[in-house]
Design a protein around this ligand. Structure first.
Ligand code: ADE
Ligand code: ZN
Length: 330
């Protein structure tokens, strides 16, 4: 249908993509072979067959195992290059990319090696066709506050060199039991260093975690935030403040946040005036890149062409770019 065709062809920004979640099984196996790593899966097909998740944690276990093949700058370069190719094919012209340094430093990979490899691919894409991007360093919330402070301390000396790219911090991994309040101090330090702030909140966690992300971490956007719909006052606050939600429909379906896409809350949040965006989260694991997410949501929730245009416009409005850059993209 022409409408779905239009969705695919229109320019968009992606604001919620974990670069480690773009690692396709083929590349996981190629990198494992390069490094002599034995994977707990016999084949690419066996690995793909393990992508049957019951909740966020069941996914994270597989996701961290997959990321275990990333050891050298070259690995990060290849992974990022492959993501950009997929994003470009979906008419993504600007991407704000999360990375999870603690899962790599734990295996002895220096922060500098990750950044070197990711940046090489991003800079190359920018030179090639103007592909625009930023990087957001995510703290793993299942680890300690001290570990988050260490990750920030490792990044701070590199901020000068990557000032054009590394512009924010985020918070991801196991949400339940790890409220934003645990990371109030490290976020304050990051903001003092001039970094923007985002956090996953209200994916599996309660609306209270969204309030904490806003009030304690002082975030500029909420990642997921789909449980905001349970609290009308919170919905009004999000709408009034134009704090965007980076929603990931296929992720929510695969991780059983909703058992049916028709029950997704993004449509009612959009109707209430919340700045909804659509993103892919971990596209290699959830069955689709950004266009597949737009189409799945538009289909199940019968979004109008105007609503989809609003969502794409929101993605540029909520992006961490200058007014001049925005004017050139919209
Ligand atoms: N890390 C990668 N994807 C994530 C998600 N959807 N929620 C929390 N942590 C994540
Ligand atoms: Zn995410």
């Amino acid at each position: 249908p022409t409408f779905l065709h239009q969705i695919a062809g229109s320019p968009k920004a992606e604001l919620h993509i974990h670069i480690e979640g773009s690692l396709e099984p083929e590349l996981i196996f190629a990198l494992a072979e390069r490094h002599g790593i034995t994977l707990p899966y016999a084949s690419i097909e066996a690995l793909r067959a393990a992508y049957a998740f019951t909740d966020l944690q069941s996914f994270l276990n597989v996701y961290y195992a997959g990321a275990g093949v990333l050891l050298e700058a070259e690995d990060f370069y290849q992974m990022t290059r492959a993501y950009i190719e997929r994003a470009r094919a979906d008419n993504v012209i600007h991407s704000e990319i999360f990375f999870d340094p603690q899962t790599h430093t734990e295996r002895g990979v220096p922060m500098a090696a990750m950044l070197e490899g990711i940046e090489a691919a991003l800079a190359e894409a920018e030179r090639a066709d103007g592909f625009s991007s930023r990087l957001i360093l995510c703290f793993l919330r299942h680890l300690s506050e001290e570990s988050a402070h260490e990750a920030l301390a490792q990044a701070l000396p590199l901020l000068g060199r990557y000032a054009h790219r590394l512009i924010g911090v985020g918070l991801d991994s196991s949400e339940l039991g790890h409220p934003p309040s645990k990371f109030e101090r490290v976020f304050a330090q990051a903001r003092r260093a001039g970094l923007r702030a985002v956090a996953h909140a209200g994916e599996e966690g309660p609306p209270d975690y969204i309030y904490q992300a806003l009030d304690l971490l002082k975030v500029d956007r909420i990642d997921h935030g789909v449980r905001a719909s349970e609290d009308p006052a919170l919905v009004r606050r999000l709408a009034d403040s134009r704090i965007a939600l980076t929603v990931c429909p296929l992720s929510n379906l695969k991780l059983c946040v909703f058992d049916d896409m028709r029950k997704h809350t993004l449509k009612s949040l959009l109707d209430a005036g919340v700045a909804i965006t659509i993103n892919s989260d971990d596209p290699a694991y959830f069955g689709g890149y950004v266009n597949a997410n737009y189409i799945a949501a538009a289909d199940a929730l019968t979004l109008s062409a105007a609503e989809v245009r609003t969502i794409a416009a929101n993605s540029f409005e909520a992006a961490f770019i200058s007014a001049d850059e925005r004017a050139g993209m919209m």
